[in-house]
Write a protein that binds this ligand. Structure first.
Ligand SMILES: [Zn+2]
Ligand SMILES: [Zn+2]
Length: 229
């Protein structure tokens, strides 16, 4: 039997959960990355070098890190490292003195240039890599009987992840399986939106008695936009 990538089982396990399966897996990957950053690597010199180079995590991942209340010490250690780096770069002299001598304000650009990150946010690198692996695995396994059955039972893919999977599709047979199932998801959701709109028109308020359609507008937003990181 050919070697089955681990992502295959991750996908099968997560497909029954609500929403886009790759969004669900990315959320899991993000939590796992931030968790290990705080609890295993906050004191590791290599982590400090990496975070100094990226000038910390990006805004989205910094905001997520703040949610890890129990890891406050780890967050503090990492922020101190990044702040030291930013101060060092901003205070690196030479041009500052020169621009002052010349009476120029152009020194600002050179400080800004030094402050630019030389590496991507490490959480983005790690999660983007994992996300690409999930998309590739789904593209390759979509003709597998268990996978297509689970995908048809799921809520379908959000638009950003559908495009990612489409770019990895290996054959026309895979493409047909994927798009037939995804179209069924879109059709079902469109019908639920219609049911919701009709009931709203009759009640003149948000209907609560339309079953699955009652949160169709929320699911439609997630299915079109994907989940924030
Ligand atoms: Zn998604
Ligand atoms: Zn990031």
């Amino acid at each position: 039997m050919a070697l089955v990538p681990l992502n295959y089982y991750d996908l099968l396990e997560r497909l029954p959960q609500p929403g886009c399966v790759i969004c669900t897996l990315v959320e899991h990957d993000t939590r796992r990355y931030l968790d290990s950053l705080l609890y295993e690597y906050a004191n590791a010199p290599a982590t400090h070098v990496r975070l100094r180079a990226s000038r910390g995590l990006c805004a989205a991942h910094s905001a997520r890190l703040a949610d890890f209340g129990a890891g406050v010490l780890g967050v503090t250690i990492l922020q101190a490292q990044v702040l030291d780096e930013v101060r060092r770069l901003a205070e690196a002299n030479g041009e500052r003195t020169l621009s002052r001598l010349l009476g120029l304000s152009a020194g600002g650009s050179s400080i800004a240039d030094r402050l630019e990150p030389t590496e991507e946010c490490p959480a983005c690198s790690s999660v983007n890599h994992a996300e690409a692996g999930h998309a590739l695995a789904l593209a390759n396994a979509i003709t597998d009987e268990r996978m297509i059955a689970a995908f048809r039972q799921s809520d379908g893919l959000c638009l950003p992840h559908l495009k990612m999977v489409l770019r990895e599709i290996p054959t026309p047979a895979h493409l047909e399986k994927l798009m037939t199932a995804q179209s069924e998801h879109w059709t079902r959701l469109r019908e639920e939106l219609e049911t919701f709109m009709r009931a709203y028109d009759m009640n003149k308020t948000a209907p609560s008695d339309v079953g699955a359609a009652s949160d169709s507008w929320r699911r439609a937003m997630r299915l079109l936009a994907g989940r924030p990181r």
